[in-house]
Design a binder for this molecule. Sequence first.
Ligand SMILES: C[S@@+](CC[C@H](N)C(=O)[O-])C[C@H]1O[C@@H](n2cnc3c(N)ncnc32)[C@H](O)[C@@H]1O
Length: 894
Amino acid sequence: MFESKQPKRRLARLYKVAAIIAKEYSEGLGSIKQLVYAKRDKHPRIQALYALVNTLYQRKDEIQRLLKKTQLLESESRADPWVIKILITELLYGKKVLSGQTKIEQTIKGYEQIFKAHLSDSIEVPVKDETVSTKPKYVRVNALKKTVEEAIEAFTDEGWHLIRHSDKNDYNGFIEKVAALKGGEFMVDMHVPSLLIFPPRTHFYNHPAYKNGTVILQDKASCLPVHLLAPPPGSTVLDMCAAPGMKTTQLAAALANQGVVYAVERDTKRVGILKHIVGSSEATCVKVINKDVLDCAKKDFPGAEYILVDPSCSGSGMTERSTEAENKDLARLEKLAGFQILILRSALTRYPDAKRVAYSTCSLHPEENEEVVRQVLETNYNFKLVDAKKLLNSAWNSFGSSDYGEMGEFCLYARPDEDLTNGFFVAIFERLEEGEQNKFLNNRISNFKKHLHAADKRKERRLEGKENKETAKSKRGNKNNKEKSVPEDEPNNVEEIENNHIVEDEQEHGLNDNIEFEESVCEKGAKKKKKKKLTENDVECQETVNGCDEIENTVAEKVDKKNKTGKVSSNNDATNDNITIKKKSNKNKHKNATKLEESTEDNPKNDATLENDNPVGENKTKKKKLKHSTESKDDFSIEATLGDNENTKKVKSKKKKRKSCSEVNELIDISKNDKTLESNDNTSEENKPKKKKHNILSEDNEFIEDLKNDEPLDSTEENKPKKKKHKRFSEVNELIDMSKNDKTVESNDNTTEENKPKKKKHNVLSEDNEFIEDLKNDEPLDSTEKNKPKKNKHKRCSENSESIVDLKNEEPLESYDNVTEENTTKKKKRKDCSEASEMNIIKDSQLKKKKRKHCSEVGESLETSENPDAIEFTQKSKKKKKMTSEKGDLQLDD
Ligand SMILES: C[S@@+](CC[C@H](N)C(=O)[O-])C[C@H]1O[C@@H](n2cnc3c(N)ncnc32)[C@H](O)[C@@H]1O
């Protein structure tokens, strides 16, 4: 046989595999390092793979620019865009040659001069080599296998020299010593006693202590949540987001294997890694549970006393580049925050035996941290935030943003530049003792929500009543003449209206968190329900492993080998977090899953540096303070959201479409009043003479007036002149629904839900989600405020609306805001509405289009809602009788 001397016609496997990894990384399927390891069987040159993909992401902006200028992706549309990007990376920043003869390589080479010409136009941005770590290597001694003393002795025997730091209060001195660690030296951490510190780039992969599970590679920051949670031996612990299991094993060690650690992990693949780590660390007290923890309840983890909430996050703290933390993908952060709020709130509300809860992220973004804490804490009656500084005996420097006042300062940050760790955030909550108070409770919200909660309960009772009634009716042979006598466009009764907004089926869905939102509003014929397009927004979150990339990779490798699957990370988005907010129609439950594209613009995250063979040294540590984003944070005040007209700004949207700001403000104002909510009750429309439906504004005002009366409910309704309140009820009910998460706050939701009669499926507006909406309205994530000058406190309503709208306009908030999908087609209508009210109210009002006639005063009322006298004005305006113009969409704004 003659050897063919023909040039290689096939693309080098290195490039193919690198392209796959780059793509998977862009999809958030893992850190570059994890993905490289996972593809090891596909290409053994992991360093070359890593270098290519890492460089691609370091240079992504330039490459993107080149692609745009040359239109290469368009002209080479048949080629894999990721292969093109990898080849450009190789050509411009890698080997600087493409030696293959494939068509695509030839094409890319053909562009070389053009690329270079474009590049010379731009300023060269120096790229930091992320493979050179300046962070020390942290090694946690697995107390289940060896004591720290034994480990120290063993390392000393190996020739390592222990550097001591005895002053427990001198954190700065400690950091200096850590930064100065030289080859052959190690220290014991001053906070986490089981943690040993070695110089950067010390290798442990081949060390027997690592291989046999005696030591675990875990960054110090990642040890802090469990250290601060401090469950004693014998206790019951719930680890809500457990894989890969670094903190799970730390928890087991804290318990000395006495007691139980429920380690919950949703992702099946990661459960495999979790089990492996748990097994190899001999953490016998751990029970691994492959479940979505949001589908769990207290019965699943009986007696859970200590809870660790370490949810998926942006992972912005996992990079050594502090600039990374400044690159915010606001929409993504908001989605993550939504999920984080849900999960933290569930920890604080579902488990009645919980004494202490640790919330942590490996993110440096306040949106995922202080903001999450704030949103959850401000409505929580049972927990307080513990001052982390005190827990660490003041020997720590980095805390949360003072923009959040004391609340922020009670939270702890670990910062790469200051603490020589990964970036991390920890907040510790403790159950209130008797007589104690959560000083961050926002009473205004709480009272409001308490009322709503009460109203909610009443609604349930009414529903039960209705069920009975219906049964009786059907027994009577379904004689329903009454219905026929009701004008077409009128809902039959309050119950019916309310039924359209029932939060349901929490039992089935585990809780409020997998959210289903039924859009059903009365239409002509009273019983027709509008079907909405269903959406399921999968929010893919970058899985971050909190400082345990290395171990995870290695374990992944081991698991791989064992399972002979060859894959740990895969294209399967199982590694992603799915925040699902669903809308379902009554009848059809079809879903349209929309995957959020994680853009390639994402900077590399979680890319713990690959081990290399550099000698120990170069412990240059930046003392520069990490510039932490401290966007303006207006103090939250429900007062403002509930109609702080004094501070409301001009609402921008068109008159006719935004008439109802004042209405909602009024409604909400009113709902602040116990009695007003009570007055919602027992309003039987059936018993009322039917009235004109067109005078919405005046109806509202009257209704509001009614609500403002302190008359006891039942009597009120009976004695009042009959009005068409039911329409407003539905709106109020929506408002109530919006705030129903109170249940989650006040009750141990799951458990209470369990005891409730089952309701209609899929008629669910998840309380939590709505609550998030609510809260979002109350205070936008600081992202939305980002570009704004700091404002006075309590300037909430219109500002928020505007800022949220701005944000929405730029990028729809998919996970929160299903309704925005629909709304996007109605942009003009919702400019001034904050999301929650839009979500809930627009729909209703849209469906009332045909029913409602409005007078021009509606527009006026909206205008007036922007000024401080809005309510007064609207009250005046109710006196005007004539509604002249037929009005379509009614939007109620906060
Ligand atoms: C940041 S990692 C946790 C790291 C882990 N605590 C450790 O120290 O090794 C977040 C994990 O939570 C899991 N997760 C996300 N949402 C979840 C949910 N709803 N229920 C259970 N696990 C979830 C993710 O799959 C991911 O493995």
